[in-house]
Design a protein around this ligand. Structure first.
Ligand code: PGA
Length: 244
């Protein structure tokens, strides 16, 4: 695991975007898994800027988002599909056939999860998964207790996750259920880039990187992976550095 503590969120965004750009420069047809949330917003802005400068070509990449809320229409402003359209797909004019988010409004959610998993397999698997981490240690929406061999499935979200992600939803509370790539799906990616910023992530980052491998801390599954890069701002890194 390679750990880098950057100066702040601007450098985090730059480094993350550069990692993606380098991969696409070497292999424009790469398959990426991508996160939503506050942490990667700067990375997407930077990728759009690099795209406008002609320094990164996303047009031949295949993009799979990690997760989506269940029961939320695709055009709801709180949906992850809307987030991706706003921050990356529309500004980079990406082909909808190459951008994938689980359909949270599918009639049969279990079938949708199986279809998503099969679509990833059909593309040859994920080359690089870019991940955030929840304050409770989740990756994707794999909450504590998720099995390390879990696949794409419907999950119940913790109340803390619903509150942390509730800004664009009625009553400040995100939906109770979601579709997420499993931990097994994520750790089969050939490379992983984990991003974390802010003091509210410090305990989860420490538990994930330095604690025991345990399903109580979903991100600790990354310790098993041979190619993980971690980018942290100083606040997110504060407990790792002190305790290391
Ligand atoms: P955040 O979410 O980037 O909005 O903090 C990360 C996550 O919950 O995985």
């Amino acid at each position: 695991m390679r750990l880098t503590v950057v100066r702040g969120r601007v450098e985090l965004a730059e480094r993350a975007a550069e990692r993606v750009a380098a991969l696409l420069g070497a292999c424009p047809e790469s398959v990426l898994a991508l996160p939503t949330g506050r942490t990667p917003i700067g990375m997407y802005r930077r990728l759009v800027a690099l795209n406008r400068l002609g320094r990164v070509d996303l047009s031949r990449a295949t993009l799979f988002n990690l997760d989506e809320y269940a029961g939320v229409p695709a055009d709801h402003r709180g949906s992850f599909r809307a987030y991706m359209r706003r921050l990356l797909w529309a500004p980079c004019h990406l082909d909808p056939a190459r951008t994938h988010v689980p359909r949270g409004d599918a009639a049969d959610l279990a079938a949708e999860c199986a279809r998503y998993e099969a679509a990833i397999r059909a593309c040859g698997g994920i080359d690089l998964a870019v991940l955030g981490i929840g304050a409770n240690g989740h990756i994707g929406f794999n909450e504590p207790g998720s099995r390390f061999d879990s696949r794409t499935r419907v999950v119940d979200l913790d109340d803390s996750t619903r509150r942390a992600n509730g800004r664009l939803f009625e009553g400040g509370l995100a939906p109770a259920r979601a579709l997420t790539m499993g931990i097994g799906t994520i750790i089969e990616s050939r490379s992983i880039l984990l991003l974390a910023a802010g003091a509210d992530k410090a305990a989860a980052v420490r538990a994930a990187l330095r604690g025991p491998l345990t399903e109580a801390v979903p991100a600790s599954a990354l310790q098993r992976h041979p190619d993980v890069e971690v980018l942290l701002d100083p606040a997110a890194a504060s407990r790792v550095e002190r305790d290391a």
